[in-house]
Design a protein around this ligand. Structure first.
Ligand code: 4AD
Ligand code: MG
Length: 499
C-alpha cells in the first residue's frame, strides 16, 4: 500500500498498472453493483481504496473489518473529481489470491474508534488499529533515530546484561530471577526434610563445598495443586536489571563514549500513567565529561529525536496530533529549536514556593523529591518548555552521583518536559574512590556487591557522566498519548503480564 498511495504522487505514476496488494480491511461498503474496501497493510496511515465487482468469486466476504486479503488488479483513476481529492488511484480487483476471513460476531475490535483502554484487553490484535500502528511506527522511528544520533557522535553501542546481581539505583525495586526445580530435584526435595541444599548448576563439587543453591519458595501449581519449587540458579541472588548504567560505565571507562539501549525492570508498585514494570531505556555514558556535557548531550539528543519525527514520521504525527493532542506537532517544532531552561534544584524549589495560584498536594520544601505535579507545573505553567533541573540534594539521589563541593548536593540532572514530567535522569558519576565508599556507607548499602564497580575508581579512574532516557516517556511526550501502557506493545504493570 505504501508503494502505491504512499508515493509522493499518490500513485498517479502507476495508473494502468497491474499490481498485487495485501492488507487488512479497515472498512467495507457494498451495494448491488459495487463493493468498496479500504485496505491498510500497516506500512503507513494511508489506506488504498479497493473496488470489487460483487459477482467476483469470494467478493461477498471481503467487506468485514479485519479480513485479510491479497488481491490482484489494475490501478485506475477514481470516476469523479470529488473522489480524486481523497484518493488519486483505486485498485480494481480482478482476482483474490488469498482471503483470511474474520468472524465479525466475535472479532473483538470490529468497531471503529474503540477506547484505548478497551484495546488494552486485546494487545495482540490492537496493532490493527490506526492509533496503535501509528505508535508502533513512531516507536520504531525513535529507536532508529537514537542509534543514528549516537552513532553520528561516535558513541559505541554496548549490550549490557538483563540478569544481574547489582541494584543500580539502590532502591530495592528488583524482580528476582529464580528457576523452577526439575522433576528429579523436586522429588529429592519432597522426600527429604526441608533443609535440602542443591548444587549450583555447573559445579561438580559436592553441595556442602559448593556455594549452596538456596531454595526460595514452594508455590502451589494452579491446575493440579502440585507444588512448584523455585531456587536460585546463580551462586548469589540475581535480579532483572533496573538500569544498564553500572555495567556501561565499565565500557565508558575504556572506550570513551558508549550507550546501552534495552529493557529495564522496576518492581515499583506504581499504578500511574507514567510507570511500567518493564520499560526501555537509552543510557549514554561519556568519559572525560562533566554534568554540563551531560546536559548538553541530553538536550541535543532530545532535539534530534523531535526533529527526526518531523522529518521522517510526519503523517503519523499529524494523525496522532489530530486524534489525541492538537499541539503535538507544534510542540515538536518548539522543542527542536528552543533552548531548554536550566535551573538548579534550589532555584526550582524557590520558584515553586512562590507559586500562589496553585496548591500542590505535596508541600514544596528544600529536600523533597519533586513530584510529578511540581515537574509538570514548572514545564507547563512557568516555563512552557523543557526544563533541566540540576544539583539535587544528595539524600534523595543514588549513591553513584558525584558529591558537589557544598557537601549537600550531587551533580545530578533531570530533564523535565511538558505532559510527562521527568523524561531523563542523569548525573556526573563519583569518580573518587573514598567519596564513593563513604556514600555507600551513608546510604546503608553493602560494599561487597559493588566491589567490581569500585575497581573502576581503583584503576585509572576518570571524570565521567551519563543519563537514562525513558523510551516510552519520550513517545508520550512526542505524541501526547496519555497512558504509557499504550506506547509499548505488550505493557507490564502491577497485576498484568499477560500475552
Ligand atoms: O531516573 P532513573 O531511575 O535513572 C536511572 O536509572 C539511571 N541509572 C540512568 C543513567 O544515568 N544511566 O531512570 C531514567 C529514566 C527516567 O527519567 C524515566 O524517564 C524512565 O527512566 N523511567 C521509567 N519509565 C517508565 N516506567 C518506569 N517505572 C520508569 N522509571 C524510570
Ligand atoms: Mg529519576
Amino acid at each position: 500500500v505504501k508503494n502505491v498511495v504512499g508515493r509522493e504522487d499518490g500513485g498517479v505514476g502507476l495508473l494502468g498498472q497491474r499490481i498485487t496488494v495485501g492488507g487488512w480491511v479497515k472498512t467495507g461498503r457494498s451495494s448491488a453493483s459495487v463493493i468498496f474496501v479500504e485496505l491498510n497493510d500497516g506500512s503507513g496511515p494511508l489506506n488504498l481504496q479497493v473496488v470489487v465487482d460483487p459477482n467476483l468469486e469470494g467478493a461477498s466476504q471481503v467487506t468485514l473489518t479485519g479480513t485479510c486479503i491479497v488481491a490482484e488488479g489494475v490501478l485506475k483513476e477514481p470516476p469523479t473529481e470529488e473522489l480524486k481529492v481523497k484518493q488519486k488511484v483505486e485498485l480494481h480487483v480482478e482476482k483474490f489470491v488469498h482471503v483470511g476471513l474474520v468472524d465479525s460476531k466475535t472479532y473483538p475490535i470490529a468497531k471503529t474508534r474503540l477506547k484505548l483502554e478497551t484495546l488494552r484487553e486485546h494487545l495482540h490484535l490492537r496493532p490493527r488499529t490506526n492509533t496503535i500502528s501509528a505508535l508502533a511506527r513512531v516507536r520504531n522511528a525513535l529507536a532508529f533515530a537514537s542509534h543514528t544520533f549516537f552513532n553520528q557522535h561516535k558513541f559505541l553501542y554496548v549490550h549490557t546484561p538483563i540478569i544481574t546481581t547489582s541494584d543500580c539505583e539502590g532502591a530495592g525495586e528488583m524482580f528476582q530471577v529464580t528457576t523452577l526445580l526439575n522433576d528429579a530435584e523436586k522429588a529429592k526435595h519432597e522426600t527429604s526434610d526441608s533443609s535440602i541444599v542443591l548444587p549450583v548448576p555447573g559445579e561438580s563439587k559436592p553441595a556442602e563445598i559448593a556455594k549452596p543453591r538456596k531454595l526460595i519458595a514452594g508455590i502451589p501449581h494452579k491446575d493440579d495443586g502440585k507444588i512448584d519449587y523455585t531456587a536460585d540458579f546463580f551462586a548469589r541472588q540475581a535480579f532483572l536489571t533496573v538500569s544498564g548504567q553500572l555495567q556501561v560505565e565499565g565500557y565508558a571507562c575504556a572506550l570513551g563514549s558508549v550507550y546501552t539501549f534495552g529493557p529495564t525492570f522496576r518492581a515499583e508498585n506504581s499504578h500511574t500513567t507514567r510507570h511500567l514494570a518493564e520499560f526501555w531505556m537509552i543510557e549514554p555514558e561519556i568519559a572525560f565529561a562533566d554534568i554540563e556535557d551531560d546536559m548538553n548531550c541530553a538536550e541535543d539528543y532530545i532535539k534530534f529525536l523531535c526533529q527526526w519525527l518531523l522529518d521522517h514520521c510526519f503523517d503519523d504525527m499529524e494523525f496522532l496530533a489530530k486524534m489525541y493532542d492538537k499541539g503535538a506537532v507544534e510542540r515538536l517544532r518548539m522543542v527542536a529549536t528552543t533552548p531548554f531552561v536550566r535551573i538548579t534544584y534550589t532555584e526550582a524549589v524557590e520558584t515553586l514556593r512562590k507559586v500562589k495560584k496553585k496548591k500542590f498536594e505535596k508541600k514544596v520544601e528544600w529536600g523533597i523529591d519533586l513530584a510529578s505535579e511540581h515537574e509538570r507545573y514548572l514545564t507547563e505553567e512557568i516555563y512552557k518548555k523543557p526544563v533541566i533541573v540540576y544539583n539535587y540534594p544528595k539524600d534523595i539521589k543514588a549513591f553513584y552521583m558525584r558529591l558537589n563541593d557544598d557537601g549537600k548536593t550531587v551533580a545530578a540532572m533531570d530533564v523535565l518536559v511538558p505532559k510527562v514530567g521527568e523524561l531523563v535522569g542523569g548525573s556526573q558519576r563519583e569518580e573518587r574512590l573514598e567519596v564513593l565508599v563513604q556514600r555507600l556507607k551513608e546510604m546503608n548499602l553493602p560494599q561487597e556487591p559493588y566491589e567490581w564497580y569500585l575497581d573502576l575508581r581503583r584503576y585509572g579512574t576518570v571524570k565521567h557522566a551519563g543519563f537514562g532516557l525513558g523510551f516510552e516517556r519520550m513517545i508520550l511526550f512526542a505524541t501526547g498519548i496519555e497512558n504509557i501502557r499504550d506506547v509499548i506493545p505488550y505493557p507490564r504493570y502491577p497485576g498484568r503480564a499477560d500475552f
